[in-house]
Write a protein that binds this ligand. Structure first.
Ligand code: PLP
Length: 351
């Protein structure tokens, strides 16, 4: 593929796979697939394009029709880009607990953002989107159950991985899940094309819903009836809503998952910082969580193994979150000392 494109949507996907140098244990080939290279900085750009193009093809989405989705942010940001380029109005429902910069980004791209109470969690924003879609005749993209989501990952993410490891062993592929679109779409292709690859799924220690093995109470239309009993709030935005999405459940049911790991929020933040400071790879909290899982895999992997870890989004989406809580805005004592070591311009100390 060349470097000249007809529109921004053609730049979605084809993200780089990069070897980890300093943070990889000796004797293991550890790679990351950096989804922050997508135009709006996350893996969800793929889903956004996949569901809209599929709906255009099937006729479910009419020219100029309003699109609506429930999203913790990245899907809304991806959809806002796709809808802006293609000329569809977009309404997003989002729980008020997600970071402020996400709302602003969507509005900047021309979308409208309807907030739902933080206490109603993911199930609340999904229910609100359904109500609004029915009342107004809007097109609901249904990211948590729409087959166009995993289909896009099978066609793009999985194909890229298979191509990039052609003729080489890939022993482990490590991911988290939001909808489960990445998981379902990639795992089924790897199972066929690279059957040696073990599929490893990470989830928050505070929301170990897959690990718990507990199924979830569902309404007649297969939407969750209430929060999963094993769910507690966690800092990995974009990972693991308070219900087991249909697409994730499908991947579990097909038996493609070899191992499920639980990750502490503090470890996710730590490894996101380490990726930035030791490897120059700037990614979000859930990426740090997936990387923490990949390091656990490395501990048990035989020497010479190759591990690939998904990094779903950019760190820039987390400026107002715990990821940046310890990063000061004012000069530190050390920085003041550096400044005062020459007689030139000095800042007055902060009041
Ligand atoms: C921030 C973020 N976006 C997206 C994803 C993947 O989402 P999905 O399961 O919907 O493909 C994850 C999960 O790893 C994530 O953490």
């Amino acid at each position: 593929m060349g470097r000249k494109y007809e529109n921004i949507l053609e730049t979605i996907g084809n993200t780089p796979i990069v070897r980890i140098g300093k943070l990889a244990p000796a004797g293991i080939n550890l790679f990351v697939k950096i989804e922050a290279f997508n135009p709006m900085g996350s893996v969800k750009d793929r889903l956004a394009l996949g569901v809209i193009e599929e709906a255009e093809k099937s006729g479910a989405l009419k020219p100029g029709q309003t699109v609506i989705e429930a999203t913790s942010g990245n899907t809304g940001i991806g959809l806002a880009m796709v809808c802006a380029q293609k000329g569809y109005p977009l309404v997003v429902t989002m729980a008020a607990s997600f970071s402020v910069e996400r709302r602003k980004l969507m509005r900047f791209l021309g979308a409208q953002v309807v907030l739902t109470p933080a206490t109603a969690k993911g199930t609340g924003m999904v229910a609100k989107a359904q109500e609004l879609a029915e009342k107004n005749g809007w097109f609901l993209t249904r990211q948590f159950e729409n087959e166009a989501n995993p289909d896009m990952h099978s066609r793009t993410t999985a194909k890229e991985i298979v191509d990039d490891f052609e003729g080489e062993n890939l022993d482990y592929w490590v991911t988290g899940f939001g909808t489960g679109g990445t998981l379902k779409g990639v795992a089924r292709v790897l199972a066929k094309e690279k059957p040696e690859t073990k599929i490893v799924v990470c989830e928050p220690e505070d929301a170990p819903m897959l690990t718990s093995g507990t199924a979830q109470e569902r309404n007649a239309d297969d939407t969750p009836a209430a929060s999963h009993p094993a769910f507690k709030p966690h800092p990995m935005q974009g990972w693991t809503p308070d219900f087991i999405p249909k697409l994730t459940g499908d991947a579990v049911d097909t038996g493609v998952i070899d191992r499920i790991l639980t990750i502490k929020g503090a470890d996710a933040i730590h490894w996101s910082q380490q990726l930035a400071q030791k490897e120059g790879i700037f990614v979000g909290i859930s990426a740090g969580g997936t990387f923490a899982g990949a390091l656990k895999v490395c501990e048990d992997a035989p020497e010479g193994s190759t591990v690939l870890c998904m990094l779903p989004d950019t760190g820039e989406r987390y400026l107002s979150t715990p990821l940046f809580a310890d990063v000061p805005a004012e000069m530190t004592d050390e920085e003041i000392k550096i400044s005062e070591s020459t007689p030139g311009f000095h800042m007055e100390p902060a009041a």
